[in-house]
Design a protein around this ligand. Structure first.
Ligand SMILES: Nc1nc2c(c(=O)[nH]1)N[C@H]1C(S)=C(S)[C@@H](COP(=O)(O)O)O[C@H]1N2
Ligand SMILES: [Mo]
Length: 483
C-alpha cells in the first residue's frame, strides 16, 4: 500500500472514487453549500446519502435479502466507504478522511468510521436471534421480527466515537490502530428500547445490576466481544438498533442489530448482538473464562470489559483483575482516581473538532473580511454548554455560537465562530468545549513518566492503550488565509 498521509489522502494509485468524493466535499464547503443548516432541514427524515452513485453500499448481498449474490467480486471497503481513510481492510477499520465530516450535523454512512476487532460477519436476518438470560423470570430467544414489531420504536441521535480516537497523538506512541481525529460520527439510530424487553420478561432491573451483552461474530478461539452495561443506563435510553440514518444498519455497522448506548464510547455499542445476560455484577471471574483462558488460548468473555477499554497508566502494565467499580461516570472516575482506580470507557468526555477550514487548507475571506470557522462538539450523556475558538494556537479565545439541530444530549452540536479580519498567511486554529457540568477539554496529553491517573492541570493522562484523548492542542488545524 502506498503511504497514507496524515490528512487521509492516499499517495497515488488508490481511491480515485474517494479522492473525487473528498474533492467534491471540499468544493461544496468552499462554496458554502454544505456549511449551513439548510442542507439538514428535517434531519430526522434523512436523505443523507451523498448521492455519489454508490448508495446501495452494503454490497455483500446479506443486507436486504435481494439475493443478488451472483459471483461478482464485492467492492472493496474503500469503494464502499469513499469518505474513509482505511486503516485495515480486514478486520475492517477506517476513519473519516477529511475534516469536512465535522462541519455537518448528520454523518453519511460513507464517512462514518468503522471499528472491528474481527471481520464483519455475513448474517441472515431471518435466522438471527437475540437471547435474554440470567436474572429474568423467563428466558427467551427473540427473532428480528419480534424485536422490530412487538415493542415500541424509538430513534436517537448519537455521536459514536471510538475510545481510541486521537490515539495517534500520544507521545510516546502506543500500540493499536493509529486513529487521528476521524473515528467519530453522528447518526440517527432507530430500534427497540431494551427496557421494554427487560420489563416484559421480568428482568432484575434495579440500579447496580448489569446487562452483559455479546457480539455474535467471534471467530474460533477468539475472545467474545462482550460488554457489561450498568442497568441504570440500560433502563434509561439504550436501544436494540436496526436502522442507521433511516436505512438498515449496514453489515459493517452491526447488521441486523446492535446495542446503542446513547452518548457512550463506541465499544459499548456491541454490534451483531446475539446475547443479553442480566447479572449482579460486571462480567468478571473464572466462570467467564473457558478452561484456563487466556493462557491456553481459550476465549474469554472478560477480555474486552476488564483488560481492554480501561485507563491504565504506565505503572499498571501488569494489572489484570479489578473489583467491581460502583461509579460509571468516566469523567468522575478520571477526576477521582485516588479513590477509584482505573476508568472504564463508558460515558464520553467533552470534545470538539473543527470541520472548516480543513487541516492544510487555504481559504479566502468573505467580502466582509471574515472567515467562518465551523465545527462540532459533544460531551457524551451531557449537553455541551459552550465552545471557544482560538485562531492563534490557544493564546486567546473567543466564544463560538451554536447552530443547527438540537436533538438530545447524545448528538453533537454544530458551532460557528466568525473570525474577523484574519491576516493573510498561516494560522493555527483550536476549539475547546465545556459541558453542562463545567468540565472543559484539557490542553495537552501528559508525558508517560508523569504517571498521571487523572485529568489534571489541563493535561489528559497518557495511558497505555491510548484511550479517551480529548486534549485540544493535538487536534489543532493549520490553515492559510489567501493574500
Ligand atoms: N460485536 C462487536 N461489536 C463492536 C465491535 C466489535 O469489534 N465487535 N467494536 C466496537 C468498537 S471498539 C467500536 S468503536 C464500535 C464501532 O462502531 P462502528 O463500526 O459502527 O462505527 O463498535 C463496537 N462494537
Ligand atoms: Mo472502539
Amino acid at each position: 500500500m502506498s503511504g497514507q498521509q496524515p490528512d487521509g489522502r492516499h499517495g497515488s494509485d488508490r481511491g480515485t472514487l474517494r479522492d473525487r468524493f473528498i474533492e467534491r466535499r471540499r468544493f461544496l464547503m468552499a462554496t458554502g453549500s454544505l456549511a449551513g443548516v439548510g442542507v439538514l432541514a428535517g434531519c430526522g427524515a434523512n436523505s443523507d446519502d451523498t448521492g455519489n452513485g454508490n448508495g446501495t453500499g452494503d454490497g455483500n448481498g446479506n443486507g436486504n435479502g435481494d439475493g443478488t449474490d451472483d459471483g461478482d467480486t464485492e467492492p472493496s471497503l474503500e469503494d464502499r466507504y469513499p469518505g474513509l481513510r482505511i486503516l485495515s481492510p480486514e478486520p475492517e477499520n477506517g476513519e473519516a478522511a477529511a475534516r469536512a465530516t465535522y462541519a455537518d450535523y448528520i454523518t453519511p454512512r460513507e464517512e462514518h468510521y468503522i471499528r472491528n476487532h474481527y471481520p464483519t460477519p455475513d448474517i441472515d436476518e431471518s435466522e438471527w436471534t437475540v437471547s435474554l438470560t440470567g436474572l429474568v423470570d423467563s428466558e427467551i430467544d427473540l427473532s428480528m421480527e419480534e424485536i422490530k414489531h412487538s415493542y415500541s420504536t424509538e430513534s436517537v441521535t448519537h455521536t459514536m466515537q471510538c475510545a481510541g480516537n486521537g490515539r495517534s497523538y500520544f507521545d510516546p506512541q502506543v500500540g493499536g490502530n493509529q486513529w487521528s481525529f476521524g473515528a467519530v460520527g453522528n447518526t440517527v439510530w432507530t430500534g427497540t428500547p431494551v427496557s421494554d424487553i427487560l420489563e416484559e420478561y421480568g428482568a432484575e432491573t434495579s440500579d447496580g445490576y448489569f446487562l452483559t451483552v455479546m457480539g455474535g461474530e467471534h471467530p474460533e478461539g477468539e475472545d467474545v466481544f462482550c460488554r457489561s452495561i450498568p442497568m441504570e443506563k440500560v433502563m434509561d435510553d439504550t436501544l436494540l438498533a436496526y436502522n442507521m440514518n433511516g436505512s438498515p444498519v449496514s453489515p459493517d455497522h452491526g447488521f441486523p442489530v446492535r446495542l446503542l448506548v446513547p452518548g457512550w464510547f463506541g465499544c459499548n455499542n456491541v454490534k451483531w448482538l446475539n446475547r443479553m445476560h442480566v447479572m449482579e455484577s460486571m462480567v468478571i471471574g473464572n466462570e467467564w473464562e473457558e478452561e484456563g483462558a487466556p493462557e491456553n488460548g481459550q476465549r474469554t468473555y472478560t477480555h474486552w470489559q476488564q483488560y481492554s477499554y480501561r485507563i491504565l497508566p504506565e505503572e499498571d502494565s501488569g494489572a489484570e483483575h479489578y473489583e467491581d467499580i460502583p461509579v460509571y461516570d468516566t469523567r468522575e472516575q478520571m477526576e477521582q482516581t485516588d479513590a477509584i482506580k482505573n476508568a472504564y470507557m463508558y460515558d464520553q468526555l467533552e470534545k470538539s473538532l473543527i470541520g472548516y477550514p480543513g487541516d492544510g487548507q487555504t481559504v479566502s475571506q468573505s467580502p466582509a473580511g471574515t472567515v467562518e470557522v465551523i465545527g462540532v462538539a459533544w460531551a457524551g450523556d451531557d449537553a455541551v454548554q459552550t465552545v471557544e475558538v482560538s485562531t492563534d494556537g490557544g493564546d486567546s479565545w473567543g466564544e463560538a455560537e451554536f447552530f443547527g439541530p438540537v436533538d438530545g444530549a447524545s448528538g453533537w452540536r454544530q458551532f460557528r465562530y466568525i473570525w474577523e479580519n484574519p491576516s493573510s498567511g498561516d494560522h493555527t486554529l483550536v476549539s475547546r468545549a465545556t459541558d453542562e457540568r463545567r468540565y472543559t477539554q484539557p490542553a495537552a496529553i501528559s508525558g508517560k513518566d508523569e504517571q498521571l491517573r487523572s485529568i489534571a492541570d489541563d493535561k489528559y493522562p497518557w495511558n497505555q492503550k491510548g484511550y479517551g484523548n480529548n486534549a485540544y492542542m493535538p487536534h489543532a488545524v493549520s490553515c492559510t488565509i489567501e493574500e
